[in-house]
Design a protein around this ligand. Structure first.
Ligand SMILES: CC(C)=CCC/C(C)=C/CC/C(C)=C/CC/C(C)=C/[C@@H]1[C@@H](COP(=O)(O)OP(=O)(O)O)[C@]1(C)CC/C=C(\C)CC/C=C(\C)CCC=C(C)C
Length: 586
């Protein structure tokens, strides 16, 4: 009996596990735990018979003074623990690296011709290569000589890798390298170093007659190096396949109407076997456009969107895209008359969406295509109006009408009440819509009364965020001849809106900015408690959405903040810290 192998875990495998757990635990969801457990069970179940065979054939051995003693099918307990901890560590690294990834946009249907064809070509090239490798591995085993250990690794891992590749090739090819290569290579390199130390110490020994005798570097047999590369590849391929299945289930509600929060292995496999010829390419393209819009226009909500999961995340991104497109159509119009036309068209669009006629979907699509510019169409086509109520959407459009008043040379925000009404229309409504989506995707965890209370608090939170938005954008709004600071507040400083237009950075305007922020913070503090009543899966992410926007307000109260395109911006690290802290509170 000895402690050598156990100490390898204590010194080299447990510390990274602890570090990764500490980094990831605020982001960790039930689905993540399910994924890790799933992978750990498969890893232990698939490796145990193979490893047991290797030990019984004495291809590798463990000196009795290096292990504690208990074994399972001849495998030391420490080795079983290694299967678990390696899977755990690599999985956590993958989950951390892929947290912001929106997997739906990496799917490709067969109508996306060029991309689809490229992917299918690579799928078959890699498949032929893998089959050839497996045959070579079988030949090495048959020779029963120096290639035996390498052959056994290839023949054991090859079929798993081949199957996962055939099922999840789309994401494996399309995902960024930070989601695939990085979580394979980083732990592989680390384990190569640990393995070199263990082999040099004699914690485990590889028989010389069944290995090639080649070394990657002094003390590291090529088989060992290959083993760690292959096992990390298996773990990451397994996780990508899981995410690929989830993306298919979540992206196409018309093919998969109900998806369990923790889909069964059968449902996951069915999704992976679902033919790409049935994918809705327009939806995939629309989601790509929506995400691009979100990433470009709002750092705060982009970050927050990564904390939501599944269909709620998809719908929030689509909602953002609709709000952004509608706001931009009105804001970027070349004249007041054109802006008014967009408001009429947006209202007509809502009329059609909420009309109670059977042929509404065809007339809606035809109307969108004829009335709106090409780049705005997908946002309107994909808005999930089936489960969003019309009132907040109509109110949002009414809120944009207030902005039009500025084009008449009039300053519509006469007093604080007008500001509140404006905030409620352009942002309180957005909060209500976000909350409707959260309720819709959470299987009725809140009663009717509680929902109403949450929506009211959400409406107030929307107003608080709008105040932050106005406080941030005083100088930007001035460029469009807009002053949202209530005229009554300006009166108290003996200022007129025209004075703000002339000098938006005067000390008096700065004082009013701080007053607006004070109001925002008061409303925020009063409303934020309601977030804790939300369904569990949206509570933390909603906190992130709110906190990352409120952080802009906190930044505006400090001196020397960074300004980009005339707007104060929260540095990336600080935004990440805010998100991490907001999630940890849950
Ligand atoms: C996570 C995620 C993807 C969320 C999506 C949120 C969403 C749908 C936002 C829509 C934003 C938008 C473009 C609205 C049009 C009107 C407008 C401009 C509103 C202002 C937003 C600022 O967005 P952005 O920075 O992109 O715009 P500018 O570049 O400044 O033009 C607003 C400040 C409103 C934002 C308000 C909310 C998102 C509501 C937040 C409240 C909740 C989520 C409810 C919290 C719950 C409780 C119970 C308190």
């Amino acid at each position: 009996m000895g402690w050598d192998y156990a100490l390898v875990h204590l010194y080299y495998n447990i510390p990274p596990a602890a570090l990764l757990t500490a980094c990831y635990y605020p982001f960790c969801t039930k689905l993540d735990v399910y994924k890790i457990l799933f992978l750990v069970i498969i890893a232990v179940a698939s490796t145990t018979p193979w490893d047991s065979y290797l030990i019984r054939r004495r291809i590798w051995t463990y000196p009795s003074d290096a292990i504690v003693g208990p074994t399972l099918f001849n495998i030391p307990a420490e080795e079983i623990f290694f299967f678990v901890i390696q899977t755990y560590n690599t999985s956590l690294l993958y989950l951390l690296a892929s947290k912001p990834t929106f997997h739906s946009i990496y799917l490709r249907g067969e109508k996306l011709l060029h991309d689809g064809r490229r992917l299918r070509t690579w799928r078959w090239i890699a498949a032929v290569f893998l089959v050839a490798a497996i045959l070579l591995g079988a030949a090495m085993i048959a020779q029963n000589g120096r290639g035996l250990y390498m052959g056994l690794i290839i023949v054991w891992a090859g079929p798993f890798i081949l199957s996962l590749w055939m099922l999840a090739y789309q994401l494996l090819i399309n995902l960024p390298a930070s989601n695939t290569l990085f979580p394979v290579l980083a732990p592989t390199l680390y384990l190569w170093i640990v393995d070199t130390i263990a082999l040099r110490r004699g914690t485990w020994v590889i028989q010389s007659g069944t290995k090639l005798g080649w070394h990657l570097w002094d003390g590291l047999d090529v088989e060992e190096a290959f083993f760690f590369l292959v096992t990390n590849t298996l773990i990451v391929f397994g996780l990508v396949a899981f995410d690929n299945a989830l993306a298919i289930l979540n992206t196409f509600p018309c093919h998969f109407p109900a998806v369990a929060p923790l889909p069964s292995p059968v449902q996951l496999v069915k999704a992976l076997l679902f033919s790409p010829s049935h994918y809705q390419d327009d939806r995939i393209l629309g989601l790509q456009e929506a995400l691009k819009r979100l990433r470009k226009k709002s750092r705060s909500f982009y970050l927050a969107s990564g904390c939501f999961e599944g269909r709620l995340r998809i719908d929030l991104i689509l909602l953002y895209s609709f709000c952004r497109v509608a706001d931009d159509l009105v804001d970027n119009a070349s004249s007041g008359a054109e802006a008014r036309q967009w408001i009429v068209k947006l209202t007509e669009y809502l009329d059609i969406c909420y009309a109670k006629t059977a042929e509404k979907s065809t007339s809606r699509d035809a109307f969108i295509r004829s009335a709106f510019p090409a780049q705005a169409q997908s946002a309107l086509l994909l808005l999930p109006t089936a489960y969003l109520s019309p009132t907040p959407l109509y109110d949002l459009i009414r809120g944009f009408e207030t902005d039009l008043d500025f084009s008449t040379g009039h300053f519509p925000i006469a007093d604080e009440l007008k500001l509140k009404i404006y905030g409620s229309r352009v942002a309180g409504t957005v909060a209500e819509l976000c909350l409707e989506l959260a309720f819709h995707h959470s299987n009725g965890q809140n009663g009717q009364q509680e929902r109403q209370e949450i929506v009211q608090a959400g409406g107030r939170m929307g107003i608080a965020l709008q105040y932050v938005n106005i406080a941030r954008d005083i100088a930007v709004d001035v460029k469009n001849n807009r002053v949202y600071i209530p005229t009554s507040w300006l009166d108290s400083k003996v200022l007129r809106p025209e004075d703000v237009l002339k000098d938006p950075s005067s000390l008096m305007v700065e004082a009013l900015r701080q007053r607006l922020l004070d109001e925002a913070m008061d409303i925020y503090k009063e409303a934020k408690g309601a977030i804790e009543l939300l369904p569990s899966q949206s509570r933390g992410p909603m906190r992130v959405a709110v906190e990352s926007y409120v952080e802009i307000g906190r930044l505006l109260r400090e001196s020397g903040y960074k300004v980009k395109a005339g707007r104060a911006t929260v540095p990336k690290r600080r935004r990440l810290r805010v998100a991490w802290t907001a999630l940890r509170k849950g």
